[in-house]
Ligand binder design. Sequence first.
Ligand code: MOS
Length: 732
Amino acid sequence: MTLHLKMDEPVDRDRLEDMVQGVIGEPIDRPEGELKVTGRAPYAMEQLPENCHHGVLVRSTISKGRLADLDKTTIEALPGIRLVVTDRRLLRNPAQGMAGEAPVQETDNIHFFGQPVALVVAETFEQARHGAQRIVQQLQADTKVVVNPDDPEAEIETPRKKQASTGDLDKAMREAAFTVDQHYTTPGHVSAAMEPHASLASWDGDSLTLHGSYQMLRFNRAELADALGIDEDKVRILAPYVGGGFGSKLGIAPEAVAAAIASKELGVPVAVAMTRQNVFEMVLRRSETSQRIRLAADKEGRLIGIGHEALVSNLPDESFSEPVTQATPFLYRGENRLIGHRIARIHRTPAGSVRAPGEAVGLTALEIALDELAEVSGIDPVELRLRNIPEEDPSQGIPFSSHTLAEALTTGAERFGWESRDPKPGTVREGEWMIGLGMASAARVNMLIESKARVTLTSEGRAVVETDMTDIGTGTYAVLSQLAAEMLGLPMTEVETRLGDTGLPPASGSGGSFGAASNGTAVFLACEEIRRQICEKLTCEPDDLTLKDGHAIVGNRRVPLAEMLDGAELSAEGHTEPGDAEDKVRQATYGSYFAEVAVNAVTGETRVRRMLGVFAAGRILNAKTARSQCLGGMTFGIGMALTEELLHDKRDGHIVNRDFAEYHLPVNADVPQIDIVLLEERDRWANPLQAKGIGELGICGAAAAVVNAVHNATGVRVRDLPATLDKVIGGL
Ligand code: MOS
């Protein structure tokens, strides 16, 4: 039996509130946590069979042109080498998220430096690497290649659907009491998941099994099958544990297809793990952005105009473009609005989804601009934002499903001690350290994605949750187990959640912060159906049934579930999909950030001393995993503000800093104790759980709080991120 729900209307009842097990929302440890921290959770490369061969990807060393030839035979004669794959089915780059079909497959047509062109397969990894390093490519490089978005010869695309304008922004700018008109730039980012992309392929006849590291298995299966030219039902992908994704594992990547082709040809399992350098060069990057923001406000600081125009980049034929202005249309009031979006077509590693595509960089720029408006108008930054919270989505005229920005701002300001801030920059000093406070708003769109799950109540009265959903470090095992435990009245120890297998009901996958809410809804629906089946057995009404600690309670009857089941089991599927709700209301999550920094007056170095994030994302399913997501997001925010930046060589676009020694993510010493407050909220429009996505909220605008604090400390306004010391010291 399947219980199906299309979200057309708000839910009329908070069903989880009726439940009495008391586990939902609790800060429960991850059920798989011990396996992970003791190294016993098998990731893709940790279950290699005896006869497994190893493949190493070969990269192009030009940014555009043709691969004329490879010295295949010389390499195949080296010790241990079994095969050099130059199959036309090899992928040029990973699929974009939710593509469901193969990305571009042309390895002899070079479009970017570092593009995979071949796979060398050997008996050992070392032999394969040796072969890949020795291989000689005959490359015909194009003479003129555009690799920089600001190259005057870059082709600039202006997609009509991504421009929007209401009112007259120019007029608003002329008539405003206070204005800001500035350019902001953010560099490219790489997802930098701890576990590099890795696939182990093996065939049984014409059926392929792939142990991989992926975020969205139902899409990945379709992409892999399409790339290989085989039926989807001949492909099984297993990814029970995934060491981080951040967008980079949304779509099937070159190593998976290469491993599958090699394994088929050799008749042995083949494992291909990307090196860290491969990951930087071959996996979709976040585009650098150049943004112009215009703000026009009346003398009370009320916005009468907002303009946000962005230039991003991608390869000529890639459809994705960083949705920089995603939250700008609805975050603040203002009747004159302009949104612009342009794409420079350049030959760098293609761009795709990375950690909150859109808001992460777009809100960062917008929130620095708001700080500039606070400065010119003399209005406190928190107060300025409070004055500009709209009644309804100002660009579409539709209501908000819920709106918590004001509460996030006031709660944060009070908890952080914001009133102690001196608005005059450069006034607080401790020895050679200049101290400053900054803040920013957070917002992220909320989505529901079609998702299925199966729940079985075994004859022993235990629950098993099954779906092809992934846990990419986000806490999926925990929250799905909690939902089933809560709905079926079971202790957590009596629930087992099985994930990451395309043989199981297809889920939303992990991405866009929608995983827990979408797939959690599917689990919830399956449990509702099981509850209905229990009522049938006990001949009672759903409202009269209480499930707790493995017992069904109806009136004064209290029956152990196993006894009630009498050797049988109950099973049900839940199926949810988005409906009209998305169009009837604007759904989003909100928050606020507050940061205290110390900037060294001698070196220009910035240290973040304290940071607070206040977030509301509907019902919180697990207070610990939700908090951890926010900690991670804010940590990335600190990196985005101060150190993180993908650097491309201006001449050929190759990535210069393609490892963690040169690509500076924040480390422990860079991150202070971060304080997180999760606000109590329900959103009836989101789903029956009334939970919204929290995964990416913590990075949306976080960097602006830090950069704004640097300004308060020093008076230096950095508009070109990251705010490295060279950019700060010049202004001191
Ligand atoms: Mo996300 S960047 O959709 O994993």
